[in-house]
Design a protein around this ligand. Structure first.
Ligand code: PLP
Length: 1018
């Protein structure tokens, strides 16, 4: 290569004019330009075109001169539009001319066009300009991709692959700290970077986009106008092009890595970089600076104490020092992210995996955090007393404020969200190392505030990575790092900060923890870094970081990057997203709006109404992210928002929804499938939209078939909301607003064995209660009437989850039929396998009704209902009047109904109902053994009741207690109801997917509530 100590050529301007005229055919005027090792003249041609005449140092091997002209030739041929100098051929058509120097030595001479523009060194560096520079280099290198020349295979100090040679110049650096800094970069380069360089893409690059070689368009200062001086071009690692340009462009930048990221992104947009290239960029930028400062130090020694050299190197040293303080993984994450790559490899797969598997994670707290009443801790408000006292390191005051807030608002779990901007981080350790003058203030973990001593469990199997005690004020205190590597997910780390020191004594690196295993407890201020007790829970998708290097708080500017590196741990901790963001109207606003614009007869459950915003399986999630276990709403038979039903509805709705006057497959398929679940004979189906409509249709059939309107119903029954059904519902006509029993309706006693007269032998309950029906028939007869129908729920529900005594319906049906009436089973609540042992609850009584009405669970929430009857009744109903129901039996409803039947069968939900029902009954009986007020427990499958009494002997209903227990259960996050004539029966109808864990949760809450309410009572 050129010998830098070899003197530059010494041609006079006159000789230069002569060379230009003779070899290149331009007789112009020349102006000498600065050059360290060659001689350059600016040449103004008569036609006003501008050129540069370069007389190359005689020591430069010809191959290198030829390489440069070949490079220009290549670009000229393949990318003539690139903003680079264009080679002017000699009058002989050659790329190079030759000139003999005064000493007789041969100089290569070439001419290139002059590029207009202002050097970047004299321009304002903006992000847009950096991106433009990256883009210009990207376009250049893309054009050079296929170009090679023997002269490109050069070896010199400015080749980034040779950056390790700087170690030989280390001794020229006088300052110990500076030398140690450079040495650290060199050590890392030798160990980690140099071995990876040979595997990277290599090609011919410009290799010297310093700020004097980059020209900016003076008209558009955000645009690079050209790149000049290809004197350092060579075949090297492609990424070196970006690294070299960055090393100059980011000097003294407020945010050097941000600036480098813009430049890299500009390059990437034109010539996509690879992850493995970006992974080395930070170090290669540093190594360009290392090369520069060490060469200068060496030269400075030779040129004595040249103050100019130290001034020109000062920005490089400043930058090197700043880079030295940065975490290279974070810097690399910023660079990767700017080019659209994951901040850390696998980061997106980790968050994707957690999202897909969140339902299967072990709860991090004894009680699942989703189920707890939550509120955000006010660290986002700088003036809040808790924030102020926390920042002032007065944890006891902060704790007292928070405890009082929780007590007042019934909050069990405080949440400090990811990303929140906080003013509590007051110490120096929170100064940004990336952005000059900025602080790290945005929280990158998830804080869970609970009392000290709260036990914390790992949501996934883990290996303990590290356990340490951080003593800094406002540090982590006891800090545990776990590594998780679930199958199908890249490994990731969880960080557990502010723990009690007990975990530090119990755990050691390498320990295995199963999912759900204890990690430790929340620490007291004395051991948790001086905070109100809480857990700082954080994910790191970069597993190479040591626990202390994981950024718990980050710069706002790079939240996008931190989000991938340290994603929000809320999902992993089981915190529903609604905790962080509310939408729609507040609860009081909705109550007020209901009052203003809805029928006042609508009732609202609970004195403090709940606003639910989402349903998922057995859970209902309220507007503040609290999940309630739904043991009450039997409409969502398969669980809320069951994906199969949602999908079936969506797909059919997107295709066609019409009515029964057109042919469609779904309605006949559904009728066949539905009737197949019923005993033979019940073979004709018709469809409606609600249980009331089904019962109304049934009434029309019964009246048409029997010619009678007289009906026998059970006391306290409910069959629907239309007037004719209110007339058949003692639960309505006997209570407030009711007009009493109409003359055509006859009431039989509720066949409630628990409240049967004590003197009745158990095995006579069916007979004795059936006598009440016989009495009604006799009463009718006395009035010259006869029953048109007997209507009963197969398990009377609003009457208090009453299980009919064995043989009851057999006796009743026989009497009613003998009197000419038909028998109707209202299965609106209890049907579709809820009892587990059978599809239909009437089957448990060994009878077959003449008509069955169905609703509620039939479409898992889609408004739909059905009536199934015999061919005979259907025939007599066919009296010439059409049955048309606009929506009944439409294709979308039938698709929903089919999906429900499919899922019940496919997922064995009847068996589940039976198993979990038996389990619940056993656990309820255990409660009955412990609590005197539990008078009776009854249930079949997932239709269950607990009757509360003040005294087991008198069976006086414990109505007030039942209400308090219902409220207490709700306060603990479980939904049940109360029912029965005395409102003293706890009613439970959980979805068919109810699991054993759900059952344990329900029983645990019932137990806790019973104990709490009775303790208050005592
Ligand atoms: C036993 C029974 N039948 C009929 C109905 C009426 O159903 P819908 O409210 O769908 O009209 C109900 C509703 O609660 C019911 O419980």
């Amino acid at each position: 290569m050129t010998n830098v100590s070899h003197p530059a050529p010494q041609f006079s301007p006159g000789e230069a004019v002569d060379l230009a005229t003779r070899h290149f055919g331009i007789a112009g005027s020349v102006t000498p330009l600065d050059s360290e090792r060659d001689q350059n003249f600016k040449l103004a041609a008569p036609d006003r075109s501008l050129w540069i005449l370069k007389i190359v140092n005689a020591s430069e091997p010809l191959a290198e001169s030829e390489f440069q002209t070949a490079l220009f030739d290549h670009l000229e041929r393949n990318s003539p539009d690139l903003a680079v100098p264009h080679l002017r051929k000699t009058t002989q058509g050659a790329s190079l001319a030759h000139a003999r120097g005064t000493g007789g030595e041969d100089h290569a001479v070439r001419m290139v066009s002059w590029l207009a523009g202002q050097p970047l060194a004299e321009s304002q560096t903006t992000p847009a300009l950096l991106e433009s520079l990256g883009g210009a280099l990207g376009r250049l290198d893309r054009a050079l991709q296929g170009f090679i020349h023997p002269g490109a295979l050069r070896s010199f100090d400015w080749d980034i692959r040779q950056a390790g040679r700087a170690r030989q110049r280390l001794h020229h650096i006088g300052d110990d700290r500076d030398r140690a800094l450079v040495e650290r970069f060199l050590d890392h380069f030798d160990a980690e970077v140099a071995p990876r360089l040979p595997a990277l893409r290599a090609q011919v690059i410009h290799n010297d986009a310093n700020d004097w070689n980059v020209l900016v368009d003076p008209e558009k200062p955000e645009r690079v106008a050209g790149l000049i001086d290809f004197g350092d071009a060579l075949h090297s690692a492609l990424i070196a092009e970006v690294a070299v340009a960055c090393a100059y462009a980011i000097l003294d930048a407020e945010d050097p890595i941000g600036a480098a990221a813009r430049l890299a992104a500009g390059f990437h947009a034109e010539y996509p970089l690879r992850e493995e290239e970006l992974d080395l960029l930070f170090d290669l930028i540093a190594m360009r600076l290392v090369t520069s400062v060490t060469l200068s130090a060496a030269r400075k020694e030779r040129t004595a104490d040249n103050p100019y050299l130290s001034i020109s190197e000062a920005p490089a040293w400043r930058l090197l020092n700043r880079l030295g303080r940065m975490n290279r993984r974070f810097a690399t994450a910023i660079l990767r992210h700017a080019c659209g790559f994951e901040a850390a490899p696998g980061a997106r797969a980790v968050t994707g995996w957690i999202a897909a598997n969140r339902a299967h994670l072990a709860p991090i707290l004894d009680r699942h955090p989703a189920t707890l009443a939550k509120a955000l801790v006010p660290y986002g408000d700088p003036r809040n007393p808790m924030t102020v006292t926390s920042a002032a390191q007065q944890p006891d005051k902060a704790t007292a404020w928070w405890d009082a807030y929780c007590a007042e608002h019934g909050i069990a779990l405080g949440i400090g969200p990811w990303g929140e901007a906080r003013t509590v981080y007051t110490s120096d350790i929170f100064e940004s190392r990336f952005v000059e003058g900025a602080r790290r203030a945005n929280h990158l973990g998830l804080d869970l505030f609970m009392p000290a001593g709260t036990r914390l469990y790992t949501p996934l199997a883990a290996t303990v990575r590290s356990v340490e005690i951080e003593e800094d004020p406002l540090g982590y205190g006891c800090l545990v790092a776990l590594e998780h590597a679930p199958p199908g997910c890249p490994p990731f780390i969880t960080l557990w900060g502010h723990m009690a020191h007990e975990a530090g004594r119990r755990l050691k690196a390498g320990d295995r923890l199963e999912a759900g295993a204890l990690v430790g407890e929340m620490g007291l201020p004395a051991e948790n870094g001086g905070w109100a007790p809480h857990l700082h829970f954080q994910i790191s998708t970069d597993t190479s970081l040591a626990a202390r290097d994981i950024l718990g708080v980050g710069e706002e500017r790079y939240l996008d990057v931190w989000k991938e590196l340290f994603p929000d741990a809320a999902e992993l901790a089981g915190i529903p997203p609604e905790t962080f963001q509310q939408s729609g109207r507040s609860r009081p606003e909705i109550v007020a709006a209901r009052k203003a614009s809805l029928l006042p007869n609508l009732s609202i459950s609970y004195s403090e109404p709940i606003k639910f915003v989402r349903g998922e399986g057995a859970w209902l999630i309220d507007d503040r992210g609290r999940a309630y276990l739904d043991c009450f709403n039997n409409v969502c038979h398969l669980g809320h928002a069951h994906p199969d039903v949602v999908d079936a509805i969506a797909r059919q709705a997107a295709k066609l929804n019409t009515n029964t006057r057109y042919l469609h497959d779904a309605i006949v398929t559904y009728a066949e499938r539905l009737t197949a679940t019923l005993p033979a004979g019940l073979s004709v189906a018709s469809f409606a939209c609600s249980g009331s409509e089904a019962n109304s249709l049934m009434l029309r059939m019964a009246r048409t078939h029997t010619g009678r309107s007289e009906a026998i119903v059970l006391d306290w029954a409910y069959h629907g909301t239309t007037q004719e059904l209110i007339d058949l519902s003692p639960y309505k006509y006997k209570r407030k607003g009711g007009k009493g029993r109409p003359a055509h309706v006859f009431e039989a006693a509720i066949p409630d064995s628990y409240r049967a007269p004590a003197e009745w032998p158990d095995d006579e309950h069916a007979k004795r209660f059936a006598e009440s029906v016989a009495e009604q028939i006799a009463d009718m007869a006395r009035q010259g009437r006869a029953p048109g129908l007997f209507l009963a729920e197969s398990i009377p529900s609003v009457a208090g989850q009453v299980f009919l005594p064995d043989g009851y319906l057999k006796k009743v049906y026989a009497m009613v039929r003998a009197a000419g009436g038909i028998c109707v089973a209202d299965e609106v609540q209890v049907g579709f396998g809820r009892v587990g042992s059978h599809w239909w609850a009437f089957e448990t009584q060994g009878v077959t009704p003449d008509v069955v009405t169905m609703g509620k669970p039939i479409g898992n929430g889609h408004p739909m209902a059905a009536v199934v009857t015999t061919a005979e009744i259907a025939a007599s109903f066919n009296n010439g009047m059409e049955y048309f129901n606009t929506f009944g039996g439409n294709p979308v409803s039938c698709a929903a109904g089919l999906a429900v039947l499919d899922v019940i069968e496919r997922d064995g939900l009847r068996r589940n109902a039976q198993e979990i029902g038996c389990y619940l009954m056993a656990r309820f009986k255990a409660l009955q053994d412990r609590y005197e007020i539990v008078g009776d427990v009854r249930g079949q499958g997932l239709f269950l009741g607990i009757e509360l009494v003040e005294d087991r002997k008198s069976k006086a209903p414990a109505t007030a207690l039942a209400r308090r227990i219902n409220d207490g259960v709700r306060a603990r996050g479980v939904l049940i109801g109360t029912e029965g004539p005395h409102d003293n029966v706890l009613k439970m109808r959980p979805p068919m997917i109810f699991s054993r864990a759900n059952a344990d949760h329900l029983v645990g809450v019932l137990d806790e509530t019973l104990a709490a309410v009775l303790a208050q009572e005592a």
